[in-house]
Design a protein around this ligand. Structure first.
Ligand code: URA
Length: 208
């Protein structure tokens, strides 16, 4: 089997494993596991927080109001639709009542996300909101401080931005910030020049 074919086979195996996952309490109230969607060989990956009610119903990420906004901003700022990227979340099952995912749930689910990233092997990862940005950059610094730059992250470019739900709450100013971040991500995707911050320095500076 070629490396590409074995990677694809492993990706399907990983999905099958995740769909039957019982690693944390989120299994109890989920309707279904939301593994991710899009092109598993995409150069661009988005990572959100966790499924909401609509995602839990459909088994697909970002299909509710936040997702509609993400689709719109992706189209307007990057000229892309979701089929040309891959979209996943930090936790694959809906936290009840849309509460925040808990640290043990994030830890239990983390290997799925890490292997998704490894197998998809995107050049650019856009983290949406606090949970994915802090997890992948390994920092306690919040998204409003992290965003606005691109990070050199394990040989990839990581662009943190606000979660679309925060844009829905925050209006025009938040929207403008996300637009600017997506323009940054687009430039990184096309090999354009973006100033990269070393991701390790974020963790070092977290408490400053
Ligand atoms: N919010 C997320 O973080 N992920 C989804 O899939 C939907 C809403």
């Amino acid at each position: 089997m070629s490396t590409q074919a074995s990677g694809r086979a492993r990706f399907e195996e990983l999905r099958t494993e995740a769909l039957a996952c019982t690693r944390c309490r989120l299994r109890e109230q989920r309707t279904q596991v939301v593994f991710g969607m899009g092109d598993p060989a995409a150069d661009l990956m988005f990572v959100g927080e966790g499924p909401g009610a609509e995602e839990d119903r459909q088994g697909l990420p970002f299909v509710g109001r936040s997702g509609k906004l993400l689709d719109r901003l992706m189209a307007e700022e990057m000229g892309l639709d979701r089929t040309s990227a891959y979209i996943a979340n930090v936790v694959k099952c809906r936290p009840p009542q849309n509460r925040d995912p808990r640290p043990d749930e994030i830890s239990a689910c983390r290997p799925y996300l890490e292997e998704q990233i490894e197998l998809i092997d995107p050049a650019v990862v856009v983290t949406l909101g606090n949970f994915s940005s802090k997890l992948l950059l390994d920092t306690t610094t919040g998204i409003t401080k992290l965003r606005g730059r691109a990070y050199d992250w394990n040989g990839r470019v990581l662009v943190p931005t606000l979660h679309p739900a925060a844009v829905l709450r925050g209006g025009g100013d938040a929207m403008a910030l996300v637009r600017a971040d997506l323009v940054r991500a687009k430039a990184a995707c096309s090999g354009g020049v973006v100033d990269l911050v070393e991701s390790a320095s974020v963790a070092r500076n977290a408490s400053r």
